[in-house]
Design a protein around this ligand. Structure first.
Ligand SMILES: *Cc1c(COP(=O)(O)O)cnc(C)c1O
Length: 373
């Protein structure tokens, strides 16, 4: 069995129609603010049944604009998970507000609603639940907490396009939802994101702030508010429209690959898996296993290194945000503050995962991985 050929951690699925869509835009003079943008946004509105979709140049930009649209600033608190991609929490820092972490559920690895409830104070403005690895957070309970305390919910669904919770699509479970299109996501535009919402005011502000604070009726050099350049280029919007048309296919193919892994590793006692709640439809973003608690962080790092030496792409997912040096320094976080997150984060291994991973490759990964345990 060859180990020369690299098995990458992830790989996008780009077809001829995607390439043609990009080239078609390149043959027009409208490379920005052209018709590809509303076409892409309308495709999201049609799929999700939302009033507004705002195309952006990243998921992070979407999180930032959502936080800004709700006027969050110094002194305000935003509750989120320490077990997520760092952008989820950074968007709070962008506005000099205070991130308040609530630890995760040890089984689902999503934010624990009881810990969210305990973290609410008079200063809390927003909750940002994250649909970790493509599994929607426990949104009914989180929405109840938000209603009780008059809080807004920004759903970080950047990893969960195509997932659903009790039949409702991820991204539509809070007041605002975000999707991201980095190449390892279920669908890609290279870089990109979209904000979806039924809130007219949030959509108006996001549209203005992505475009240097302009209003639709103001001129090119009139800027009624502070804005940014968070615009998505038209070639990427065209790629996104083409990819969105195949997203259900991607999600189904990823589910098949996840099944392949689970059928080979499911009985392995030395590893654990993210528990998928019965009322959730998963949209697999990455395939992450957790080593048993008898392993330590250094054992995990050894296995990651040995997998890489054998040309198998892998990574830890995620590093706890509160222990990133600048968070620890700024807010005084230390080891032990969020023990569930720390115990899991020390032991995670993301295995190669993309829609076109073959049975032969999954066999090879599982054989090598087992041998290293
Ligand atoms: C990918 C991702 C984002 C946004 O990432 P960008 O690279 O800015 O598009 C935000 N939150 C989570 C949880 C993500 O996985």
């Amino acid at each position: 069995m060859t180990t020369f050929r690299e098995i990458p951690l992830s790989r996008p699925d780009i077809c001829q129609a995607d390439i043609d869509a990009v080239v078609a835009v390149l043959q027009t003079p409208q490379l920005s603010l052209g018709p590809a943008i509303p076409k892409f946004e309308q495709a999201f509105c049609a799929r999700f049944g939302c009033k507004h979709a705002v195309a952006l140049n990243s998921g992070t930009a979407g999180l930032h604009l959502a936080v800004r649209a709700y006027g969050v600033g110094p002194g305000d608190e935003v509750i989120t998970s320490p077990f997520t991609f760092i952008a989820t929490a950074n968007c709070v820092l962008f506005e000099n507000a205070t991130p308040v972490f609530a630890d995760i559920d040890p089984e689902t690895w999503n934010i624990d609603p009881a810990k969210v409830a305990a973290a609410v104070t008079a200063r809390t403005k927003i909750i940002i639940p994250v649909d970790v690895f493509g599994q929607p957070a426990e949104m009914d309970t989180i929405c109840q907490i938000a209603r009780r305390h008059d809080l807004k919910i920004i759903e970080d669904s950047c990893e969960a396009i195509g997932a659903s919770y009790k039949g409702r699509p991820a991204g539509m479970l809070g007041d605002v939802g975000l999707f991201a299109f980095y190449p390892n996501k279920q669908m890609t535009t290279g870089e990109g994101g979209v904000l979806i919402t039924n809130d007219d005011q949030v959509a108006m502000l996001a549209r203005s702030m992505r475009n240097q604070g302009r209003d639709p009726t103001s001129g090119w050099l009139a800027h009624p508010r502070l804005g940014y350049n968070y615009r998505m280029p038209d070639i990427l919007a065209a790629l996104g429209t083409s990819q969105l048309a195949r997203v259900d296919e991607f999600v189904a193919k990823r589910a098949k690959v996840a099944e392949m892994y689970l059928s080979r590793l499911g009985e392995e006692k030395r590893i654990h898996f993210q528990k998928i709640a019965p009322h959730v439809k998963m949209s697999w973003f990455v395939f992450v296993v957790k080593l048993a608690d008898t392993y330590e962080g250094k054992d995990r790092d050894r296995i990651l290194q040995q997998l890489r030496e054998r040309h198998i792409g892998c990574n830890n997912y995620f590093a706890p945000i509160h222990l990133q040096p600048f968070y620890a320094e700024k807010f005084g976080f230390k080891k032990g503050d969020f023990p569930v997150t720390e115990r899991i984060a020390d032991r995670t291994i993301a295995l190669p995962f993309h829609p076109n991973l073959s049975e032969v490759e999954v066999d090879e990964v599982c054989r090598v991985f087992r041998g290293l345990l």
